[in-house]
Write a protein that binds this ligand. Structure first.
Ligand code: ADP
Ligand code: UDP
Length: 243
C-alpha cells in the first residue's frame, strides 16, 4: 500500500489517501490546540504518544467487540485506518461533571453522574461545536434514526469497557468524545481515543492527566500523557510499528 496525497489536515492529525481507496493513513502531529483552535502549540513527542495510545485503545475496543476503523500501526506517528464517511457529530459520554457541562448547567465540577450522561455536538469549529439534539440530527439529515441509536449504544459500550480498563490502572475516565463514520453498511468508531479527547484523573489524587493540563496552562502535558500510557502498559520505545 502506497501513501498518496493529503486528503485533509486538521488541528492535530493529517489524513493521507493511499493506493487502497478504502484505506487512509492518519498522521498524529505534535500540534496541540484548544478553544476551537485559538490556542495552538507544538508539544514534542505528543504525536507519537497519541498514535501508540490510540492503537492500544482501539485494539482493546475491537477485542471487546466494538467495530473500529483501526487497521494497524505504520510508524511511531502513523496508523492505517478504514476510510469512513464521517458523521459530522461528536458523541460525548460523561461519568463525572466537568468542562462545558459545568459552565452550561451550573453544576459543581467533580460530581458523579449516575447514570452516566450523553450529549451530541455538531462538529463545526466556526460555530464552536454547538450542542445539538436528535431532532436536529434528523431534520438536517446528519444521520438516520438507526445511526443515532447505534452511536449511543456503541458510545455507552465504549464507556463500560474503558471505564473499567482505566480504573484497573488507577485512572478515572471522567468524560470523552467519540466520532463515528460509515464503512460499507456499518457504523464504526473513527478518529482517535487519546488524552486529547477525554478527561482522565488519578483515582486517588484526582490529578488531571489529560488535555485540561494544556487548556488550563498547568504544564507537564506530554509527561501526563506518557504517564497514562505507562500505567496502561504501553511501550513507548521508538519502533513500535508492526508490533
Ligand atoms: P479536526 O478536524 O477536529 O481538527 P484532526 O486534526 O484530528 O481533527 O483531523 C482528523 C480528521 O480526520 C477529523 O476531521 C476526523 O473527523 C477525520 N477522520 C478521522 N478518522 C477518519 C476516517 N477513518 N476516515 C475519514 N476521516 C476520518
Ligand atoms: N472534546 C473533544 N473535542 C471537542 C470537544 C470536546 O475531544 O471538540 C472532549 C473533551 O476533551 C472532553 C469531552 O469531550 O473530554 C467533553 O468536553 P466538554 O464538552 O466539557 O468541552 P470543553 O471543556 O472542551 O469545552
Amino acid at each position: 500500500m502506497q501513501i498518496l496525497d493529503e486528503l485533509y489536515s486538521g488541528k492535530a492529525k493529517t489524513v493521507y489517501k493511499t493506493s487502497d481507496p478504502d484505506r487512509l493513513v492518519l498522521k498524529f502531529r505534535d500540534d496541540t490546540s484548544a478553544f476551537d483552535g485559538q490556542k495552538i502549540e507544538k508539544l514534542a513527542r505528543k504525536g507519537m504518544v497519541n498514535n501508540l495510545t490510540n492503537a492500544y485503545i482501539m485494539r482493546h475496543l475491537e477485542q471487546a467487540g466494538i467495530p473500529t476503523h483501526f487497521e494497524g500501526l505504520l510508524s511511531d506517528t502513523e496508523s492505517v485506518v478504514k476510510r469512513l464517511e464521517m458523521i459530522p457529530v461528536e458523541c460525548v459520554v460523561r461519568n463525572i461533571a466537568s468542562g462545558s457541562m459545568c459552565r452550561r448547567l451550573g453544576v459543581q465540577d467533580g460530581i458523579d453522574l449516575m447514570p452516566p450522561t450523553f450529549e451530541f455536538f455538531l462538529k463545526n469549529d466556526a460555530l464552536h461545536d454547538p450542542m445539538v439534539n436528535e431532532y436536529h440530527i434528523r431534520s438536517f439529515g446528519w444521520a438516520t434514526d438507526d445511526e443515532v441509536a447505534v452511536m449511543k449504544r456503541l458510545s455507552f459500550e465504549v464507556n463500560d469497557v474503558l471505564k473499567q480498563r482505566f480504573l484497573e490502572s488507577d485512572i478515572l475516565l471522567v468524560d470523552f468524545k467519540l466520532e463515528f463514520g460509515r464503512f460499507g453498511g456499518e457504523l464504526v468508531l473513527g478518529d482517535e481515543f487519546t488524552a486529547d479527547g477525554c478527561r482522565l484523573w488519578d483515582v486517588n489524587t484526582r490529578e488531571k492527566l489529560d488535555k485540561d493540563r494544556f487548556r488550563q496552562g498547568l504544564g507537564g502535558v506530554v509527561e501526563a500523557y506518557e504517564a497514562v500510557a505507562a500505567r496502561l502498559g504501553i511501550d513507548l520505545a521508538p519502533g513500535q510499528a508492526g508490533a
